[in-house]
Design a protein around this ligand. Structure first.
Ligand SMILES: C[S@@+](CC[C@H](N)C(=O)[O-])C[C@H]1O[C@@H](n2cnc3c(N)ncnc32)[C@H](O)[C@@H]1O
Length: 345
């Protein structure tokens, strides 16, 4: 196993980003091909928790009412109890709080998305697709969260604990993703959707230009996580294989998004009861090693071609993880002696 020793200080990772828990040995560095990455500066035993990151935006994607989650970001628990509260403005049945306390505490953030949801959710779902609606709603929730953070900052300027809140948006701002990565057709579609539904207006009052919102979509598409009932990333795949189940939510995490993919990951990931993304070491990890998750369910794709094809199609990159690189067919060396001699001119 190759081990890369980094000299970066362990606290570098918290620059501008404040997850709920980050292991002191988890650091951020940069790979020339993959971009930002997680490494460890000290040994990590199997089973250790490396990261607990709060979603900056989360939406339910499952129509099953049992899978709806409380909209208040400080809660985000499954809202299964009979006392759950819908929006008084009836903006969208998927918007629910687990209690009136959460609904009241979430007024500023939800107020930002409520009119937009009421006006556009139905038309977008019927004219475009459920996927397009979900993507736009995540963008609206990212901007709603930013709006509520700015609101809290201005209401309590000078309070150090509140100052930390601004870091969440800085994490979102620094996510990778650009329109060059995506096909012209995709970018044209997103551009149409932005102009039609996400321009600043009385229904959606934000301070960003069309190009910045389009860029935010590119970032969201490259970095959002699906949430599943079971863990992703056990490797080697257990026998018999256990899949991760049906997706129930989608979310964007400012810090967890730094994790690159590997087809032989050393981290398993799963959201906890509050929608927070939890990274756990699936084996001992040595100082200097990169920490990777698996972006897909490893029980579904086995050989090099199917893994790389899936990643190229769904995530638009050619996987350069250790497993893929080691499984690449070795190019046969030309046996010059076996070739007929060429006549020289
Ligand atoms: C969620 S981001 C991960 C963090 C990213 N490296 C950054 O700089 O912010 C996903 C992007 O990282 C890169 N990436 C992740 N895993 C990779 C891998 N196994 N091989 C090549 N590129 C990878 C790809 O550019 C991909 O679009």
């Amino acid at each position: 196993m190759s081990v890369y020793i980094t000299t970066e200080p362990a606290n570098r990772i918290v620059d501008g980003i404040t997850p709920d828990w980050i292991h002191p040995h988890l650091i951020q560095s940069t790979d020339p091909i993959k971009g930002r990455q997680f490494r460890v500066s000290g040994p990590i035993p199997k089973g250790a928790c490396l990261l607990v990151d709060r979603p900056y935006a989360i939406i339910p994607v499952d129509e099953n009412p049992d899978n709806l989650i409380c909209s208040y970001p400080a809660c985000n628990r499954p809202a299964r109890n009979p006392e759950r509260n819908p929006c008084p403005n009836a903006c969208l049945p998927d918007v629910i709080w687990c209690s009136s306390t959460c609904r009241v505490a979430d007024q500023v953030r939800h107020g930002f998305e409520c009119t937009w949801l009421k006006r556009y959710a139905g038309p977008i779902r019927s004219k475009w697709s459920e996927y397009d609606f979900g993507m736009l709603w995540v963008i609206v929730r990212l901007l709603a969260m930013r709006h509520s953070q700015l609101h809290k900052l201005s209401a309590a300027s000078g309070d150090a604990s509140v100052q930390q809140l601004k870091h969440g948006w800085e994490g979102i701002d620094s996510l990778c993703g650009s329109s060059d990565t995506w096909s012209h057709d995709k970018v044209r579609l997103w551009s149409t959707l932005v102009k039609k539904y996400l321009q600043s207006s009385s229904a959606f009052p934000h301070d960003m230009g069309i190009d910045r919102v389009l860029h935010l979509i590119c970032q969201e598409e490259a970095n959002s996580f699906g949430l599943y009932p079971r863990e992703t990333g056990h490797f080697p795949v257990p026998k018999p294989p256990v899949d991760r189940g049906e997706q129930y939510a989608a979310a964007v995490y400012p810090t967890a998004a730094i994790a690159n993919h590997s087809c032989s990951p050393n981290i398993i990931h799963k959201a906890d009861e509050k929608g927070r993304m939890v990274f756990t070491a699936s084996r001992d990890i040595f100082p200097g090693e990169e920490c990777c998750i698996s972006y897909f369910d490893l029980t579904q794709y086995n050989d090099l071609k199917s893994r790389r094809d899936h990643l190229r199609k769904s995530f638009l990159f050619v996987c350069q993880c250790q497993r893929c690189v080691s499984e690449e067919p070795v190019e046969e060396e030309t046996e010059w002696d076996a070739l007929p001699m060429m006549e020289s001119l």
